[in-house]
Design a protein around this ligand. Sequence first.
Ligand SMILES: [Ca+2]
Length: 374
Amino acid sequence: MKRKFFAFMTATMFFMLLLSSTVLAAYQRTADNTVPAYRNSSLTQRTGNERVDKGDVVIVLQETNRAYYVRYPVRNGTKDRWVPKNIFNTASQSQQINNGHNPEGCLDSVVSNANNQITISGWALDRDNVNEQIRVHVYIGGPAGSGEGHEIYANTYRPDVNRALAGVGEYHGFEATVNTNRTGSQSVYVYGINIGGGENKELSSSPKTVRINNPTNTHSTQITNRLQQVISEWKGKKWDNRESERIGSTCFGFANYVFRELHGVIAGSQLDWSKPYALKNPSSGVSCTYSGYINENAWHILLQECKPGDFLQTTNGSNARQHTMIFVSYNPNTRVVRVLDANFANPPDNIVRDRSKKLSDFAHRFQYVSRYTK
Ligand SMILES: [Ca+2]
């Protein structure tokens, strides 16, 4: 499939190059016209008269002494025919238009400094009119048409662009912050919107990937710091099953201990034995945002929403083996998940571990989960 796709792309690109290199001129009709059309360059096989309306653009693809081979718009598309050259001779009938320049520019950076927001910067211009500040379209999560779309303008001060491109003007930069519903790791595609001849163009260095936080996956610094303290206090030590936390198994008791250290309450004191990847009665104020079967892809999404200190109650595929963990962090680029837990060993040893696991291994082991957060 890949090879076929590549062959198709190569053919398409070659065709496009061929087309663009053979455009000799383009004319825009200034009045409604009837164009005599022929099959051949000697203008002997007439196919009839074609109507070309005012404003229509006629492209010259080939040229002989007497004739042009032109592409002109018809209903539902275009037609290619030979026409006598002299029909373009009078200014009243047509006006030669510039074939145009595509917009150019660069996406310099995409960052997310606040929940549900990204800031995009770069520059873009169209040499068809350098006095104009062109529009720039930003798509979050996919290319034009599939991502979440935003429009900004390239109108900020960028003297370096003017120096580099000699005389295009100093106001073709853009730096804008947009609100977005997309969160987690997202690709951001940015396009310069064409003016005059030419077509819209993706800017160089686009797309860029950014991680966008949402309010549900950031905790106060206080909680994050306390989690780090708990990790350094317990990592590598044997969880002592202290009396006050002896609720269920060792991993369950330890996770509840950590949850209470962070949030002031345990996540819950009992499992729901009809589905042991869930708590029977979570503590007041503790919410469950996911509960059920989970595959690697769903883990990838869930872990990006998790906050440090969340309580993960899991089982394996047959619900026969329960395990409880405290979520620490997840890197969606390397797909490595970090958790804090006790007693995940064979044979059981009650040791507290700060573990980083490949998501594929993690997802293979834990096939049901409930996430509890406060
Ligand atoms: Ca243009």
